[in-house]
Design a binder for this molecule. Sequence first.
Ligand SMILES: CSCCC(=O)C(=O)COP(=O)(O)O
Ligand SMILES: [Mg+2]
Length: 228
Amino acid sequence: MIKAILTDIEGTITRISFVKDVLFPYAAGQLPEFVKSHQSDPEVAAQIEAVKAHIEQPEADIDTVISHLIHWIETDQKITPLKQLQGLIWQTGYENGDFTGHLYPDAYDFLQAQKQAGKSLYVYSSGSVKAQHLIFEFSDYGDIRPLFSDYFDTKVGAKQQQSSYENIIAALPFEAAEVLFLSDVEAELDAAKAAGLGTLHLVRDGQAVSEAHPYINDFTAFSAELLA
Ligand SMILES: CSCCC(=O)C(=O)COP(=O)(O)O
Ligand SMILES: [Mg+2]
């Protein structure tokens, strides 16, 4: 019996193009100036050091760090210091009203209904926990953060690793089999399934269907049988 839902964000409850065409270009545009002007802030300094460690260049200068970060944005690499910095940068965009956090209407209705039905809702995204808070605080539907009980990002591990889901389950008051993981990415679903979670594939916008997981095209097709 499913008692909790763990959801991905991009491609599952949020349109991919909102992330790729709005959030990522905004971060790429702001990042050089942001990193340079905030490099003494402890939160930013820690991410700069993490970039240097990742590229194994402890003496790298700030322009080298920035060029790696921009390359990682352009190639959509889910590297933790980049994702942490993006969250800090997007805060300004949300607060200025440059954009609001996109949510599919069917996803919003689904999350509300499941919460009302007593399910606990959790988030697991490659976007940092800060970025997750922002997209829900400034969502198209207003501040929907009260829907969620907790948030996880790549600090628990990469989304395609079984151990990441085991780490999340260890932090929740549920057994793995009581948690349903929602994602648009088959490799993430494979990892969650290997950790014992239930899985549901969101196959939006003509993406390929997987054989290994139940799937729906959007949440209007969700049925109670998927919670059994
Ligand atoms: C939290 S909104 C930004 C999403 C993001 O940066 C990202 O990389 C999306 O990854 P997801 O794991 O949600 O598919
Ligand atoms: Mg996704």
